[in-house]
Structures are given as C-alpha cells and as structure tokens.
Design a protein around this ligand. Structure first.
Ligand code: SAM
Length: 293
C-alpha cells in the first residue's frame, strides 16, 4: 500500500527524493488534492475491467486513483518526461496492468495505437489533467482520429472549458465550441481552484467530460469545407453574416452566392454568424458547397 500521492507532503517528498525540478514548458502542475482526483474518477464511472488511457501521468496522483479501481482492466499512461517515467516505474512496480509509455502524446497515431494495444472501438476511456500548453491539439487529435473513444475526462483551463461547452450567441462561442461539439457532447463537471496544484497555475481550472458521438452531430457534405466556412465566419465575428462571408479570404464566394444560400437556409443576412447553431452552420456550408462544386 503506497501513501496517497495527491497530497502536498507526498508530492514534495517524491520530487525531492528524485531531485526533480518541475518543467514549466511541459505544463507540469501536479494535483495535490485527493478529492479532485476522486471527482475525475467518479466522472469516469470506472469499472474493474475498463481499458483506460491516461495522458501526462506526472508522478502518479491520478494514476494511483485509476489503478485502485481497475483489477482485470488495464491502464496505458503516456508521459513525455523520461524522469517521471522512472518515478512511476518505481512507484507502481506492484501493478502488472500498468503500461508506461515514454512518448509525446501528439506523436501517437491512434488507429495504430489501438491495433498495437488490441483496444476496441467504443470501449476506451481517456483521463488526464492535461498540460495546458497543448490542450486543444491533444483533444482534437483524439476527436479527429478515426477511432471512437467511449468517454474523455479532462482537467483543462477554465476559459477553454467554457469555450468548448459554449452555446451560440455568447462571447465564448466560436470555432473551438463548434469543432468539439461536432464530435462530442460536452459537460462541465467541476470548477477547480489553483490551490490544488504544485506549483499553483495562474488560472482556474475545470473538469470536463466529453462523450464522443458515433457519427458527427451534423451532416456536412465536406468536413474540411465546413470548417473553412466556420473559421471564415468567426474571423469576422463582428460583421454581419452576409458581409463576413462575402469578404472571406480564400473562399471566393460571390455576393450573389452568399445571399442565395442565406435565403435557402432561412438566415437573416443582417445577423452575426456567431449567433448560428452548429446545425444551421452545417446547412449553410452544404448550400455554399453545392454552389461552388
Ligand atoms: N497527471 C499529473 C497530475 O495530475 O498531477 C500531471 C499533470 S501535469 C498538468 C501534465 C503532465 O503532462 C506532466 O506530467 C507533463 O510532463 C506531461 N506532458 C507534457 N507534455 C506532454 C506531451 N506532449 N506528451 C505527453 N505528456 C506530456
């Protein structure tokens, strides 16, 4: 039985014993409050035989909580910092269901990873207190991969969580909201104070959970084109939709095409694009696609 890692004293002790100075560049803010670990674990509703991936295990605060819940299930923990892999190897030597992977998570191609680890589509949960400097690339790499995750549970910066979960009309609603909600249902779980980390970050955090859709939430003729249209609209978010789209660089729509598509979908040309729901944006992009292909 090892002591609880997610505590201030144990964390300082492990770092001191291993002579580890934390790296700001790798987003190393470690959790020192077991209550928050438990909230993340409860949100994941882990069962004994789950297959779990943890991104950035650090010195194992969350890893410990996950391993306590698994018996026949397995945990694959992906950590870039080899100093921490050493600590984790020693800390969890008693667990044969922990697979420690010393890699940059952004270098992982998920389809090959699933094949190599014999994982099944729709059965894997991903948990992480994410390194904040690459939150969005990590989440998008999971959502855009051609494998289906069962559930994603992440600690992220509060503002990023708000943007991911935002509804049309608010100032947080934007490309990130649409990109994430295209692939998954997003729920905000719990707000977290900077005081539960060593060192304290400058920002508040939020635990969120994402339930990936089996099929994207809306049907678009061409996904790349849809996101081009969405990006163009939000780059000009203060303009009305007609002017924003007519002037969008690299899309080259004529004013007539824009006016005609807006009318077809029933969108008032004077409103701002940021008020449009993802399903209306999908219809608009499909109509514009037809006129351009
Ligand atoms: N899970 C631990 C905790 O809650 O205390 C640590 C979380 S800390 C916010 C982020 C972790 O991600 C660090 O251990 C860091 O070394 C690791 N990390 C940073 N960049 C990474 C990358 N590109 N690939 C994999 N791990 C990374």
């Amino acid at each position: 039985m090892i002591d609880i890692i997610a505590s201030p004293d144990k964390t300082r002790e492990i770092l001191k014993e291993n002579k580890i100075r934390l790296s700001k560049g790798l987003g190393q803010n470690f959790l020192i409050d077991r209550k928050i670990v438990d909230i993340i674990i409860e949100t994941a509703t882990l069962t004994a035989n789950d297959s779990v991936i943890e991104i950035g295990p650090g010195i194992g605060s969350l890893t410990q909580g996950i391993l306590e819940r698994l018996s026949s299930g397995s945990l694959m923990a992906i950590e870039k910092d080899s100093r921490l892999i050493k600590v984790l190897t020693a800390q969890f030597s008693g667990y044969n269901n922990l697979d420690l992977i010393n890699k940059d998570v952004l270098d992982i191609e998920w389809h090959s990873f699933f094949r190599e680890k014999k994982l099944k589509d729709g059965e894997v949960k991903v948990l992480a207190n994410l390194p904040y400097y690459i939150t969005t690339p990590i989440i998008m790499s999971l959502l855009e991969s051609n494998v289906l995750f069962k559930q994603l549970i992440f600690m992220v910066q509060r503002e990023v969580a708000e943007r991911m979960a935002a509804s049309p009309g608010g100032k947080e609603y934007g490309v990130l909201s649409i990109a994430v909600q295209y692939f998954a249902r997003v729920e905000i779980v719990h707000e977290v104070s900077p005081s539960v980390f060593i060192p304290r970050p400058d920002v508040y955090s939020t635990v969120i959970t994402l339930y990936p859709h089996q099929k994207p939430s809306v049907e678009v003729v061409d996904r790349q084109f849809f996101f081009q249209v969405v990006r163009a609209i939000f780059q000009q978010r203060r303009k009305n939709i007609k002017n924003g789209l007519s002037k969008a660089a690299n899309l080259n729509f004529t004013r007539e095409e824009v006016v005609s598509s807006l009318a077809e979908v029933g969108i008032d040309p004077r409103i701002r694009g940021e008020k449009l729901s993802i399903s209306v944006l999908a219809k608009l992009s499909n109509s514009l696609w037809e006129k351009n292909n």
